[in-house]
Design a protein around this ligand. Structure first.
Ligand SMILES: [Zn+2]
Length: 416
């Protein structure tokens, strides 16, 4: 891959956990940041970013790509949300459901990239990610439901080859303990033994009703269910985590299992998110995900960092930014400097319009970016390659998605 230098940008660098802006050039080689400072190499390819703020791109470790038809759904509880989406799916043939899913995935990915997202972890992420240059961990969705019936009924051998063909960026999405069977837990366990690099993700503690349903089905909590099947560990991303006992949280910390918090989605479904202070006390690894647009509203990690701050009681913008950049990058295995602008980090960068800071009264750039309103994104680089850019920065432009959005709106008749 070519060497290149980014010029005329202001870089958001991190020192001792605090972000600050520096005016410097950025050298990139083989998709990795090779130097921060005055540009020196001559003859390398140069990208002029025209005064943009260069910040670490975002990593979204929990996203659903198929929820765009439910962007207008106002379900008061998780159960109501699931029931309504099930009714929607039962009215469509498998072929129609797949067409709707593809439209939804293309639109959702567009939104995620437009927001500056370099990595997504999502059920069937590879299908959408093949459209654009993005990092994607793709999970096989497992849930006894209308929409996922075909996957749920897959033969063990087909599941094994689905996962194996996507490693090290593949795995299983066990929707939640109350919606999966013993067969799937055993299969997941066998596959994890066979492929330790396999990812596992799933919802745990998404509200009291879900905690009760898990207890009723398995006689214990979801963390214990997964633990019994040897499914905890650093390549396991559990989502939500409300209502878990201290014992369960300790088990997550001891096994370095990652908890992806989605407090915006929780609030929309009247679910109590876990307290960040309690998670910190126990030492659980956490980051913030967006969930899908049906419950999260947007798939913009920065939006979610801002709103999560309110739900999690976290005011410090430096901490909130880390929860969508360096923390998830570390969980994805991007190394000690991953998710920051520093030598050795993957060159995953989001470009913000110059007015994101210079036209704000905030003295702290992290404060301006997180709390000062949604900054306009003008480009995204993933692994040293432009995924998209808006003139005057050169790079591929994002396609118009109004036709896609029109098709998705047309599905909505208000009766689901
Ligand atoms: Zn979810």
């Amino acid at each position: 891959m070519e060497r290149l230098t980014l010029r005329n940008g202001r870089l958001l660098v991190r020192r001792d956990g605090r972000y600050k802006l520096v005016e410097a050039s950025l050298d990139i080689a083989q998709g990795v940041i090779a130097g921060v400072g005055p540009a020196h190499a001559s003859g390398v390819h140069t990208v002029d970013v025209h005064g943009a703020l260069v910040v670490p791109a975002f990593h979204n470790l929990h996203l659903h790509l198929g929820e765009a038809p439910f962007a207008g759904l106002r379900a008061p509880t998780l159960q109501e949300y699931i029931d309504q989406t099930e009714r929607f799916h039962s009215r469509h043939s498998p072929t129609e459901r797949e067409r709707v899913w593809q439209d939804s995935a293309a639109w959702t990915l567009h939104e995620a990239l437009r927001a500056g997202t370099a990595s997504i972890v999502a059920p069937r992420a590879d299908s959408a990610a093949s459209l654009r240059h993005v990092r994607a961990v793709s999970l096989l969705p497992v849930m006894s439901s209308q929409k996922l019936r075909d996957f749920f009924e897959m033969a063990d051998e087909d599941v094994r080859s689905w996962v194996a063909s996507r490693l090290p960026l593949g795995g299983l999405f066990l929707h939640s303990a109350e919606y999966v069977s013993e067969r799937w837990l055993k299969l997941a366990s066998r596959l994890r033994t066979l492929h330790p690099a396999m990812w596992v993700s799933g919802h745990v503690g998404e509200g009291e009703a879900s905690v009760r349903a898990c207890e009723a089905k398995w006689g214990t909590d979801a963390v214990e269910v997964l633990s019994r099947h040897s499914l905890l560990g650093p390549r396991t991303l559990l989502v939500h985590g409300g209502g878990l006992s201290t014992r369960a949280l300790r088990r997550l910390a001891d096994t370095r299992t990652v908890l992806v918090l989605c407090p915006v989605s929780n609030a929309r479904l009247d679910v109590e998110p876990p307290r960040l202070s309690a998670l910190r006390e126990v030492g659980v690894d956490v980051c913030i995900g967006t969930d899908g647009v049906g419950t999260g509203g947007t798939v913009d990690p920065l939006d979610h960092a801002r709103m999560s701050g309110l739900f999690l009681g976290e005011r410090d913008p430096h901490v909130l930014l880390a929860l969508i950049t360096s923390s998830p990058a570390r969980f994805l295995g991007h190394g000690a400097t991953g998710g920051t602008i520093a030598v050795g980090a993957p060159a995953d960068l989001c470009f913000l319009a110059p007015d994101a800071v210079v036209e704000k009264p905030h003295t702290d750039p992290a404060e301006a970016i997180v709390w000062g309103g949604s900054p306009r994104r003008v480009g995204l680089m993933v692994a040293g390659k432009m995924t998209w850019a808006q003139p005057p920065i050169s790079g591929p432009q994002l396609p118009d998605v109004s036709e896609l959005a029109h098709r998705l709106r047309a599905l909505w008749d208000g009766s689901v």
